[in-house]
Ligand binder design. Sequence first.
Ligand code: SAM
Length: 251
Amino acid sequence: MTELELLVDLHKDNERQGPGSEAETLRALSLIETAHNDGLKIADIGCGSGASTMVLAQNTTANITAVDLFPEFLDKLRVQAQQLGLTQRIHTVAQSMEELSFEDESFDIIWSEGAIYNKGFEKGIQQWRRFLKHGGYLAVSEISWTTHSRPKELEDFWMAAYPEIDTVSGKIKTLEENGYQPIGHFILPVACWTDHYYAPVQSRFDDFLSRHNHSETAKAIIKAEEEEIALYNRYKKYYSYGFYVARRVDF
Ligand code: SAM
């Protein structure tokens, strides 16, 4: 298996593939005025195995297009949708967020939890804007600084990993500069990282290593995951995901 296949294998059976929770998905949904209108169309981009997709489907009457690059995650999503009786309203698309083939102005809401960084926040919000109807909503979570300043070691790490990390006010400014009206934002609480994401994946480390015969690649993946968790535990007061809800504005 390639490194990418191993990563998918490690994460695909988890409730979610990044920090978040049902409560925080609902909190973002509560900021959207039209969320309970009939006939709503939502795209969930970088949906993974569908943690947010299921919450959106269970709490609206929307038709949801769930997009992810990896078919293995979408297979899991479809199983969940089937179990919850939601298949009529959830349609999966295995496609890169780099080359989405949607019609212009086709969605009321674009949702994306912990995934827009794969494209880069600013490019993502610029390129997805045309898929939103006028006045449509964008709801994205994105890695953000939660304080004005931070230790140099942490700053250096993130500048190398994802230089687009910014303060909450910086992210909001980027939204404003790119044709969006900010509606609301909040910071994901610690439990979204620990209880809902890191603890479940950590509980699979031993099984993952033995299933892959302690290969060098599998060990390197676990080492990187452990380093990520250690970094979070050490510096969690300085960064988290910000959840941003904004509206397409046209002049
Ligand atoms: N939204 C999910 C959640 O919160 O559980 C998944 C978040 S995970 C951190 C990022 C997701 O982006 C993964 O499911 C991954 O497969 C997907 N992804 C990565 N690159 C992508 C791309 N180019 N196009 C579409 N999805 C992509």
